[in-house]
Design a protein around this ligand. Sequence first.
Ligand SMILES: [Zn+2]
Length: 390
Amino acid sequence: MSSFQSLLKDVKSQIKEIQPADLQGKLNNGGKHPVLVDVREQDEYVQGYIPGAKWIPRGFLELRIEDAVPERDAEVVIYCAGGTRSALAAKSLQELGYSNVASMAGGFGAWKRNGLPWEQPYVMTPAQTQRYSRHIMLPEVGEAGQIKLLKSKVLCLGAGGLGAPSAIYLAAAGVGTLGLVDDDVVDESNLQRQIIHARDRVGMPKVESAAKTIANLNQDVKVVPHKTRLTADNVLEIIAPYDIIIDGADNFPTRYLLNDAALKLGKPVIHASIFRFEGQLTAFVPKVGPCYRCLYPNPPPADMAPSCHEAGVLGVLPGVIGILQANEAVKLLLGLGTSLAGRLLVYDALKTKLRELKLRRDPACPTCGDGVDPASIQLIDYEAFCNVAG
Ligand SMILES: [Zn+2]
């Protein structure tokens, strides 16, 4: 027998084939499901793939399969565009000792014709590969990490002292969606520290001014302006779409409201505050560390809260702290390093010293304590508490 058709017939008689619908049933099974391997070429893969599939082009299959699927007895399903290349690939894997391999009959074409779910992969453009090359070079980030950042959504609460530097660095790093919450306009006195704004934007809404700077810096970033203040009525709707919230709020009522709403929705908050020459920073990660109320169960009396009043601050200080917030957010998004959950960093700008305090979750905390159901958390506007913006 010499024709390709007879070779293929021969191969198919020696391998298992699985129908797309049966494969979908196995993938939906919840527990252990087969390892799905897509052996098509890049130009085919970018048109769409089956969610969860590992992509190993046919030419690399034998070279890379042992890294992708170390166990020889694992259930493997291979697919290509029409079911021919995957049949040959299945035969080859059997010869390599894989004992439970199947080829999906009809390939990705049949999968789509059956109306089964597929996704379009995120593929970086050559310009993006160039732009993010210093990230991609880091094995801990790589192209996959950069794509993760591009797909991430971070909300900066405040486009002022802390929000300005963190938003700029997050935008430069390629965090794909940046929400900005601020109802203020740019004032001459902001320019001493809020480097996202500029002289020609005095009087312009801060969210608009920040969006202009970001658009100029990185066109990959979508800015979502929220020209408003957080209230018990709007907070859940505003924060819901985001992965992480950077708290650059300048007042206590907003910090409590954000804390409670973020716990309700299970969102991490990178918290910071600044006062004169000192900055503080920590991460509140639900179920991992304490929350804001573990530290301060209730708002302090209004006259004890310095940030309720106009206070001086060294211009560089919010830059230092805001950038540390951005760094924490990027770490959390990429799952890198040790998070600041459970640690409070205190920065003394005059002594140039960093201190670290351990923070513990309070089992009796009203919002994250033992037995507290996040759904039952009530959101409170402490409107009467303080009505002067910091
Ligand atoms: Zn708590």
